[in-house]
Design a protein around this ligand. Sequence first.
Ligand code: TRP
Length: 333
Amino acid sequence: MAEKKRILSGIQPSGAMTLGNYVGALRNWVELQKTDEYECFYMLADMHTITVRQEAKVLRKNALDLLALFIAAGIDPEKSPVFFQSHVPQHAQLSWVLNCNTYMGELSRMTQFKDKCSKHADNINAGLFTYPVLMAADILLYQADLVPVGQDQKQHLELTRDIAKRFNNAYSETFKIPEPYIPKVGARIMSLQEPTQKMSKSDVNENGYILMLDPVDTIVKKIKRAVTDSGAEVCRGEGKEGIENLMSIYSAVTGSSMDEIEREFDGKGYGDFKAAVAEAVVAAIEPIQKKYAELTANRDYLESVYRRGAELAERVAYKTVAKVYRKVGFIQP
Ligand code: TRP
């Protein structure tokens, strides 16, 4: 039997998760794991998070909360290692060697770096600059074949490939060259208030986003307040971005296609449609919230998950670093 392809992906524990993050990332991870086609490694990228100043107490809470949410959403830690980046020292170790094989010019061209410099002008630290190198280390450590990433991380994956090829050329074949994995159903969920913008928790208007842990009545309210248009038909089209976004959300949580949704709501008004969207979203989120509440009350279990995850991850990561250290000429300790 051919070996399973390996997948590595990461999410930062930088605060509350939106419905958009769930549909765009976490839910795909659950699906990928279910297929049994891949060997998956799921990482909480806490080292990336401190490139923006964090309060220690808050980071600790966010990190454990995100782990609980992973499992509540259906990630099975028995099947795939789930771990904190900071628990596996090889991420920092490989990152240094890769830093010495990455050019300033390459990093200066990263659009996310430029964005973050304008957003965090008071804290343009070196970690923000070398962030993509740490991400390359995350991926290359596990010799990942595929990396599920959103549009905003594609450039970083491209750079990872360049660094890997450069290292392989200089020191002989060492790293697998990873490919981006674009999920088959990849709904991009937009803001409920400005449907031309991506749904984001940094939106100043909190009615623009739905959080996975928003109380159910808040979710219903936010959907009822979503921006639509002066028309009356539930369909796609020019100037119908608001309705189309609600259709995407409905599609994402029910599995119905856009065509089916147009047929289902033919002749019905926006009020009925919004009520149906709210009901479907709540039906998808509520069981996750219940599971989440149980898990956060069980700190021992969460601890056993991340300890075991780090152990399994380190077994793979260790080999890569040993190889790399040998190839670059470090004396074996
Ligand atoms: N930088 C990614 C983000 O903010 C998170 C991340 C860190 C990641 N390391 C990774 C994603 C490795 C995929 C693979 O979304």
